[in-house]
Design a protein around this ligand. Structure first.
Ligand SMILES: Nc1ncnc2c1ncn2[C@@H]1O[C@H](COP(=O)(O)OP(=O)(O)OP(=O)(O)O)[C@@H](O)[C@H]1O
Length: 662
């Protein structure tokens, strides 16, 4: 399939889609989230594009939902499915389910739904899913202490493309390489010609570096895992909890993730932690050590009476010598103790190793001075040593960890994808369980629903009374006000929509016709003006004339114009649909008149009121075949006739109801 073959995808959108790693595969998978991640493509548009791709794959012309109300019902059903998904990704994926006439698409979704229904619904899995989100690309990584070097222009271009994280330098010869090695902690030479060239510094030669860039940029692998750490952990938890097979060894992944900090550095390495802290705390530790020594020395001097011989005093004054010599003579021991304490402080505070202590010792000299001062060059030397050791260790640990993680990358992506897919399946499983669904049969004309319960009703689902209803061809449905006629149409629409999505339906059993279009006309809000009336008539003319198999549900069409005219118009529409072999239900309060005006024997079904209880109608929700149900006014007149001491007036009225059959 070419991207441009997808309905709604023009050259510009196709170009956008090509920014995805595998655009065609992404569309095939129905990955709305991936499509929506592209700049300028909204979630709604992404869902339409993916649906378009599905349609292209199934050669499906679309257009199943032929009216606003049909679309509303479909959206409402989808909303109920989406409510049961935990992740945004799954909600978006569910938006690719749509009713269709394509048998192959319906079969595809049915197979998926069957698998989904086998999933066990475990709240702990749903909890774990909350932290799973699609794998993201890490932000741009820049590595400054490493560079690549080549003398060749072509290699230079290749390396720039393969290593966006590193700078690539052009060098003429070994001298150029040596210059680079002074400026960077490590240099990778890309030309065979540099093999064997002796250059000081961390220089390696790897002419095949572009073939395995991750080895030279472990940061790339680490950034991927650091960015997706939370989601990967959650996806692993989902797999564990759900007991589903994972595409990678979960322990291995989790152990490796334990060693990775959120910023992509290596975590949990004590030695690296020690070195990093030592570098950070070096200045502070040396300052404190100075204070330690000076405080000790000041104390010692203050406590001491110094006797000085005249000759010495003269020598001091004449030579302008400092008191240092006096210090060394009089307080040599105290000085040694103070310096010892300072050195010990540095070693302890920074947790230095023996070889580092050796360098640290030189920070404070043995020659007595007061006040005691650090030797800056010794401090710098120690800092360089610690920084070099820290960087060496970090680089090695990074390489090791990246090596462990690199092999897990493809599996990790699949792990997250599988967890998200499980969310889609669990949403379908929950929908089916919570609405007691069964697979519907699509065959014949007319429909047969047993124990159907509409999830769109305004009452709690467990209070919905199951409805049995079936029609052959096109029937009229009569019934008292608020008897449940509209709700019955909704139920039929829900069942037809779900069955054509390929999903189970909320009924004990159901057969619906395989149709190409669902036309559901909601009750109009009152008499239409001439223009609107004309266009409604045109719609029905087109509907009655088309050759496609249809399901037509119409709620009280009579209210569009005067009752007398309405009955004739509806009768005419019924005749045309009957002739076209359509399946349909027309709810009407004028069922008697319509039947009278039609030129064939129209089936009239009725929702029967079994009585009035405390002013409330008690109805039998399942329509009865071949019943012209009595209207609410008739029921009230009948009730009054029964209750009145002088029922004459009411009985006359009742006779009139009987006379015109309504
Ligand atoms: N199967 C059912 N189970 C429980 N309650 C129902 C059922 N069907 C309908 N109802 C309740 O009855 C109310 C009225 O239903 P509905 O609007 O379908 O009646 P109607 O016959 O179309 O009314 P009208 O003639 O006024 O258009 C619903 O809002 C709902 O509360």
């Amino acid at each position: 399939m070419e991207l441009e073959d997808v309905p709604g995808v023009g050259a510009k959108t196709a170009e956008r889609l090509r920014e995805l790693d595998e655009p065609v595969e992404t569309l095939r998978r129905g990955d709305v989230a991936a499509v929506a991640s592209l700049p300028g493509i909204s979630t709604g548009r992404a869902a339409r594009i993916v649906r378009g791709a599905i349609r292209a794959r199934h050669d499906d012309p679309g257009g199943f939902l032929a009216t606003d109300r049909a679309r509303e019902v479909s959206d409402a059903v989808l909303g109920l499915l989406q409510e049961r998904a935990v992740t945004t990704h799954a909600k978006r994926r569910l938006a690719t389910l749509y009713p269709t006439a394509s048998a192959s698409r319906i079969a595809e979704v049915s197979a998926f739904a069957e698998r989904a229904r086998e999933r066990e619904i475990d709240p702990a899995v749903l909890d774990a899913l909350a932290d799973v989100s699609p794998v993201e690309r890490p932000g741009d990584v820049t590595v400054r202490d490493r560079c690549l070097a080549t003398a060749d222009a072509e290699t230079y271009r290749e390396a720039q493309a393969a290593f966006p994280e590193l700078s690539v330098e052009v060098v003429e010869d070994a001298r150029g390489l040596a210059d680079l090695a002074r400026g960077y902690a490590s240099v990778v030479a890309l030309d065979e010609a540099f093999a064997g060239v002796a250059v000081e510094g961390d220089v390696t030669v790897d002419p095949r570096a572009v073939e395995h860039p991750e080895e030279h940029v472990p940061e790339r692998t680490l950034a991927f895992f650091a960015t997706n750490r939370a989601s990967l952990r959650a996806a692993a938890a989902v797999h564990r909890r759900a007991g589903v097979e994972a595409p990678i060894e979960l322990d291995t992944l989790e152990d490796a993730l334990d060693d990775l900090a959120a910023d992509g550095s290596v975590a949990g390495d004590e030695e690296l932690g020690r070195l990093s802290t030592a570098v950070d705390d070096l200045d502070a530790a040396v300052s404190t050590a100075e204070s330690v020594a000076n405080d000790a020395l000041r104390g010692a001097i203050e406590e001491r009476d110094v006797t000085i011989e005249g000759a010495d005093l003269l020598s001091l004054v004449e030579r302008g010598a400092g008191v240092d010599s006096l210090l060394s003579r009089e307080l040599a021991d105290e000085y040694a103790a103070a310096i010892g304490a300072a050195r010990e402080h540095v070693a302890d505070a920074l947790a230095l190793r023996d070889d580092e202590i050796e360098i640290a010792t030189r920070i404070f000299g043995d020659e007595p001075t007061y006040p005691v001062e650090r030797r800056e060059e010794a401090v710098s030397r120690l800092r360089e040593e610690l920084v070099a050791e820290r960087d060496r260790r970090a680089a090695k640990r990074k390489r090791d960890l990246a090596g462990r993680l690199a092999d897990l990358r493809a599996g990790a992506t699949d792990l997250v994808r599988d967890a998200l897919e499980l969310d889609v399946e669990l949403a379908v499983a929950r929908f089916c369980e919570e609405y007691d669904c069964t697979a519907a049969e699509r065959a014949g004309t007319g429909f047969e629903i047993e124990g159907g319960r509409s999830p769109l009703l305004d009452v709690a689902f467990d209070e919905v009374e199951p409805v049995d209803y079936g029609v052959d061809g096109v029937a009229l449905l009569s019934g008292v006000n608020s008897g449940g006629k509209t709700s019955t149409l909704d139920l039929v629409a829900v069942v037809v929509v779900l069955a054509h999505m390929g999903l189970p339906v909320p009924a004990e059993s159901a057969r619906v016709p395989a149709v190409e279009e669902l036309h559901y006309h909601a009750k109009s809000q009152g008499t239409l003006d001439a223009g609107a009336f004309e266009s409604t008539l045109r719609d029905f003319a087109a509907l009655a004339g088309g050759a496609d198999a249809k399901c037509v549900l119409v709620d009280e069409l009579e209210s569009i114009t005067e009752p007398g005219a309405s009955a004739k118009i509806v009768a005419g529409i019924l005749e045309a649909l009957h002739g076209a072999g359509a399946t349909g239900v027309f709810v009407s309060h004028l069922a008697g008149e319509i039947r009278g005006a039609a030129d064939y024997d129209v089936d009239v079904d009725g929702i029967r009121a079994v009585g009035l209880e405390g002013g409330e109608l008690v109805v039998e929700r399942s329509p009865e075949k071949d019943l012209l149900a009595r209207s609410t006014p008739e029921l009230i007149v009948e009730k009054l006739a029964g209750e009145s001491d002088d029922p004459g007036f009411y009985e006359d009225l009742l006779e009139k109801f009987g006379a015109d059959g309504t």
